[in-house]
Each structure stands twice: as C-alpha cells, then as structure tokens.
Design a protein around this ligand. Structure first.
Ligand code: ADP
Ligand code: MG
Length: 696
C-alpha cells in the first residue's frame, strides 16, 4: 500500500488536476507519497482567536465573526476595485480587503461565520476600527470545523510561481486526509520502541497539521517528536542502504595482496622526506586492507597539503610489486596531468610504466592498459569510460572524492573483479558526518601536516589598494618565490563584469615587464596547459595567472604567494582549497584576498573566516553553517539519496542511532528477507542511485 502511494500520481488527488500537477512536479512532487513527505518549511501560530475589540495594531492576529457585508468597491479615479468583507463578533468590526480580486466575492455570503488571520491595520479614514489586507480566511460551515488556513497552527510550504501557499495548504490537507491510511510503517517495532518514536501515521499528520497543544518553537526547529520520527526514518533508510552496499562489498572476494615490500622500500628510500606519523598510520590501514581477501573500500581524509598523494603512490607500488595494475582517477585534467608529472619520475625510477589517460589527450594508451604493459594509469573520468579495459586492475584510487560520487566509484570498481578501492578527500568534515556521507567506506584521517609547514598568513585588500598588492608580488618574486594570481572566470562577461584571467594577465604584464608571466585556464589545449604547468613547476615562470582550474591538487612548493581576485565571489571551501596550493614548502606563504565593493554580509563573513583561521575543520564548520548540509555535501552530485526531512547536522544524534540500528539489522538480515516492506521502501528510497540488492 505504501508502494501504491508512491505510484499514485498527484494529479488525481482531488483539487489538483493536470495544471497544478505540473506546478507540483516542479517542487519535486509527483506522487501522493512525495506530497506526504513534502514538509512545511515553517509554521505560523494562528490558533489564538481573539475578540475583535482586543486586537492589537501591527500584530499578526486571528479573530472570528459573522459576515455583515461583502461588497466590491470601486475607487474613483483609479483603476482599482477592492473587495471588502466586514465581520462582526459582537465586540467590534473587522474588515478584510482584497485588491483587484472582485471574484473573491463569490466565496462569501452575509451571515456566514468566518475566521481571519493577518496583520492588523488601522483604518486610514476613521483612524479606529480594524483591517487586514489579504487576510488568511476560513469559512466555518455548520458542523464542519476543520480549520486549514487559520484558527490553528498552520503549515507554510515552499511554493512556486502559479501556486499560492493557500492552494498548496488545501492540497496538502486533502492529501493527508485521503492518503494517510495508505501509509504503512515498516520500521521494525523494536526500534521504534527503543527510541520512543511516535507512530508514523500520527507523525505524518502532525508535521503538516499540528495538533492544538503543539510547541511552535519545536515545530519551526524541525525538532518536534513528529519531525523526529520522520527524520529517523529517512536517516534509517540512508544508513540501511549504506549498510547494504558495504555488506555487499565485504562479502565479495577481492585480491589478497602478498607484498614482499622490496619495491616499497625502494620508493620510500627515494623520497626526499620522511613520512609523518599520520601518513604511516594511514598507510598501515591501507596495507592491512590490501592483504585481506575482501576488497578494500577506504576513505582517506586529510586537509590540503597533508600529503595524501605519496600514500596513494605507496599503495600503487605495493600493487605493482604483486603484479597488479593501479588506476588513479582525478576530477580535472589539470590535476591528472599534475599527478602524472610528479608520479612518473618517482615510479619510472622503479622501472614501473606510468601512463596518462584524459579526454582531451589525443594519444590514448588503451593498448598498453589492456596488455598490462602500463602498471599505473593516471586519468580523469576517461578512465571509467567504456573501451578502457584493464588487464588486471588491483587497486583503484580516487583523488578528491568530493567531486565524484558513489556511481563513479562503482563504475571504476567494475573495471576489474573487485579491485581494492581507495578514495581520498580534502573536504574536512567531522567524523560522524563523514561516516554518513561516505558511510559505506572505512575511514582513515591524516590529521597532521608535514613538519616545517608554516601556516599561510592571509589578508584581505580592497581592489583599490593596487600599489600595496603590487609591492607584495614584487617582493615575493624578487626573493625567488613564485606567485599564483587566481581569477573567477575565463572571459569577461558583460553581465557579471568579472575581470578575466586573460585581461588580467595582460594587465600584470604591463605592471611587471621584468617578470615571466604564464596563463592557465580550462579551455586551453592539453599540450599548452601541460607546458605552462611544467614551466611553472620548473621555475621558468614567476607568476601564473589562472582560473580556478588550479583549485585541486596542483603542487608547486616554491609558490608562496596567492592573490585571489574577486575573493568575495568564492565559496569558503573553494577559497580554502585554493589557499591550499601555497604553504607547501618551507618558506612562509601569504594569501591575499582582493575584494571588490559592494559585497554581501555573507561574503564579508567568508573573508573574515579565511583571514582568521587556516584550520580546515573550522572552515568546514562555518561553511556548513552558512550553506546548510545539502549544499555543503553536494549530496545530489555525490549520488546519495537526497535528504528532504532530516538534517544531518541538526539530527546528528538521531543519525548515530539510525546508523547503529541499520548496520545491526543488515548484519542479522543482509537481504532483508524478514522485512519485505522495509526492503521495498529501501529500494524506492535509493532508486536510480545504485543497485542495492543483486537479483538472482
Ligand atoms: P594533498 O594531501 O593536498 O594531496 P600532497 O600529496 O599534494 O597533498 O602533498 C603536498 C606536498 O607535501 C607535496 O609537495 C609533497 O611532496 C609534500 N609532502 C608529502 N608528505 C610529506 C612529508 N611527510 N614531509 C614533507 N613533505 C611532504
Ligand atoms: Mg592531493
């Protein structure tokens, strides 16, 4: 029956029809079930019905009375018609006014009992008496006192052009009335009792149309017991799916690597530094996973610059020693190229063959990937394209996981029979949240930066302080260091008036004729781009003017100054990633945020945070706070189901409970054979994201 609701088109709900259905579709509501779980984003308390004589001017109030007149008034000399409805409750008169909506009149008849809610105004002519413009109203019919729009705590829904909140509320009322009996609770009752969760039907009704004694504060915070129940269900579904995915990969047989360790020793012996404790610990987790017969599924999290690449390199070396190929997938071509440039010399020195596969590169080393001649393949999404066939892929590594999703991981894994999978991310998120967003993965953190790193100092400058900015650049280059200048867009766009990197480069060439300045952006040809990057790396360029293509992964330790133009337009995590490009060597690095007036308060806040702290976790927390979890985690692109009710930050404790129970249940009943209803709902919840249960 639950299934029926999810297949019952919203169009056939009474009062909807094809036209409104289209509007509802825009809100993501297709079925009756979608509607039931489309919650109000806030509530308004219109439950206190006052005597008209006791109303207060300027307040949002509710009163009831009998209609004593209902007239459309023409305002002389103006093209205006006002429909006026006057109520009397024995204590006084209250007038409701609707502008240019004469058709409203047909809704009312003198003598009817009506409720009004709205902000109380003084009548401009009499100076006394009470009025409401466009009041919310409810006609009280005999024996039918179902209040929907007033006389109660009312839900306020997000709507779209062409659909009013009032219409939406009426539709939702009908949906709840007619469909609630079709809602079946599939949460195991032990769990419901253990966490003292309310009944599902009761909760569904109450989040839309709260009962009399509800606490408006809790409702608006999404924290009422009824919200809690629905949030729990959603989080439980999320975690169940993750548990199934994880379980599936655990029960599969992978490759039990048996490294001798010689090749690895040669690699570590050739590194110009010693590993940090954190790198060693994390590599240890990896090697233990690799030795196990189950496939590895591990997330490595570490702030920018903590040295994730070398850990990946070590894992690939282990695979190579055991006779397996490795793949390293990066989110951008520039990053893939960068990895190629740094990794190739390190590994070719060990007689390993490294090759690069990206979309725009003409030579595609497909043959050598297929023959097994290529030991290490570095690339972009191109790696997961059809036609790329590995001889014996042993480990797949995904760099900067936050740009990829569950799907891409699954595709990369399909390139072989259960290779080990390692994903690396610089998005610093609190551990419990990481467990959710990457919940099917095991988890290790590199929580230490290499020694001698000095935190980057960050300052903000107004765009008008040109001379000061030039001086900083000049000093840095004269000291033998290199500089990034980052622009938000490639070309001047009329609409936004952004200074483009191309024009920027020309301007800087005029200011610094004595310096060597290069340009890097995403629309350049691969070869050009590789050349520019290589010469910047070699020190043949002093200044690199660039778009945000350098955001991830680029690693030039001698670059110690970053100028971010139009810093007010960047998001926090992007600023943090960009700044992570400097402070990678032993020299003190500086970041200058150049801001253009006027900018928003939010931008001001972002800039202030960047100036104040370098700590990725602090920045992530602030970012989460500013953007909210949906945006922050980019769940849509990551291939995770959207959370529409729960908020993983607000509902952190609930999330832990849901996770514990979900994993325990899948531990006991991996295929949910004993919970068929739950299994069906789970499949609907994760539909199209990933195949949860293998059929057959
Ligand atoms: P990220 O974690 O951001 O991907 P990288 O792997 O690019 O960081 O490493 C950043 C820089 O730190 C590189 O230049 C790398 O060679 C260097 N590095 C990595 N590990 C260490 C270490 N243990 N000691 C000193 N430098 C290191
Ligand atoms: Mg990196």
């Amino acid at each position: 029956m639950d299934k029926d609701l999810s297949e019952f088109p919203i169009q056939y709900i009474k009062g909807v029809g094809p036209q409104r259905a289209r509007l509802l579709n825009r809100l993501g509501i297709r079925s009756a079930k979608d509607a039931l779980f489309y919650l109000p984003y806030r509530y308004e308390d219109r439950s206190t019905i006052k005597k008209i004589s006791a109303l207060n001017y300027g307040r949002l109030e509710t009163a009831a009375g009998k209609i004593i007149s209902a007239e459309v008034i023409r305002v002389p000399g103006r093209n205006l018609r006002i429909f006026e409805l006057v109520l009397n409750d024995g204590s006084g008169l209250l007038k409701g006014k609707w502008f240019n909506q004469p058709f409203m009149k047909k809704n009312f008849r003198v003598g009817q009992e009506v409720l009004f809610s709205g902000v109380i105004k003084r009548n401009p002519y009499w100076g006394i008496g009470f009025e409401i413009d466009n009041p919310e109203f409810e006609i009280i019919h005999d024996g039918d006192d179902a209040h929907i729009h007033t006389g109660r705590i009312v839900p306020v829904y997000r709507v779209t052009n062409g659909l009013s909140v009032r219409q939406m509320r009426s539709i939702m009322f009908t949906v709840v009335q007619t469909c609630i009996s079709g809602v079946h609770d599939c949460l195991p009752s032990e769990i419901r009792q253990k966490y003292r969760l309310r009944e599902l039907q009761e909760s569904t009704v109450n989040v839309h149309f709260p009962g009399e004694n509800s606490d408006i504060g809790l409702l608006n915070g999404g924290l009422s017991d009824f919200h809690r129940r629905l949030s729990f269900d959603e989080l439980f579904m999320l975690e169940l799916g993750l548990a199934v995915i994880k379980r599936g990969s655990v029960s599969e047989r992978g490759i039990p690597f048996k490294p001798e360790g010689k090749l690895l020793a040669r690699l570590t012996g050739s590194l110009p530094f010693t590993l940090t404790k954190a790198q060693e610990r994390v590599f240890n987790d990896i090697i233990e996973d690799m030795k196990k017969p189950q496939p590895m599924n591990r997330l490595i999290q570490g702030d920018v610059g903590c040295g994730k690449t070398v850990v990946a390199l070590m894992a690939m070396t282990v695979a190579a020693e055991c006779g397996y190929q490795s793949a390293l997938m990066a989110p951008t071509e520039i990053l893939a190229e960068q990895h190629y440039i740094t990794i190739r010399p390190a590994l070719e020195h060990l007689e390993l063959k490294v090759c690069l596969l990206t979309g725009s590169r003409k030579e595609k080393p497909l043959d050598s990937i297929a023959s097994g001649n290529a030991d290490i393949v570095i690339g972009t999404h191109a790696l997961i394209q059809e036609g790329v066939v590995f001889k014996n892929l042993g480990i797949a590594i995904i760099d900067e996981q936050h740009r990829f999703g569950v799907m891409q991981r699954a595709l990369l894994r399909k390139k072989a029979r259960n290779p080990d999978v390692l994903v690396m991310t610089a998005t610093p998120i609190p551990r419990t949240l990481a467990m959710t967003v990457y919940g099917d993965l095991d988890y290790s953190v590199i929580d230490e930066l290499p020694p001698d790193r000095r935190p980057v100092t960050t300052r903000s400058f107004n765009a008008s302080q040109k001379e000061q900015i030039y001086k900083v650049i000049r000093d840095e280059v004269r000291n033998g260091r290199q500089v990034y200048i980052v622009y938000p867009l490639i070309e001047e766009s009329e609409k936004t008036d952004l200074r483009s990197a191309i024009l920027g480069k020309e301007a800087f060439e005029k200011v610094f004729p004595e310096f060597r300045i290069g340009l890097l952006h995403g629309r350049m040809k691969t070869q050009e781009r590789e050349e520019v990057m290589a010469s910047f790396k070699e020190g043949a360029l002093d200044i690199l003017v660039s778009t945000t293509v350098i955001e991830v992964g680029v690693d030039v330790p001698n670059a110690t100054l970053m100028i971010i133009i139009h810093a007010e337009r960047f998001g926090l995590s992007q600023l943090h990633q960009l700044r992570g490009r400097i402070g990678r060597g032993t020299h003190q690095s500086h970041c200058i945020l150049v801001v253009y007036q006027p900018y928003t308060d939010e931008a001001r806040r972002r800039i202030a945070i960047m100036v104040k702290t370098h700590d990725g976790f602090r920045i992530a927390e602030e970012d989460l706070d500013i953007r909210g979890p949906g945006e922050f985690f980019g769940t849509r692109q990551s291939g995770m189901p959207d959370l529409r009710i729960a908020n993983i930050v607000r509902d952190g404790l609930l999330l832990n409970d849901a996770r514990r129970e979900a994993f325990a249940l899948i531990g006991k009943d991996p295929g949910l054979e004993g919970h068929p209803l739950l299994r069906t709902s789970l499949e609907t919840f994760w539909k199209g994201k990933i195949e949860l249960f293998k059929t057959g």
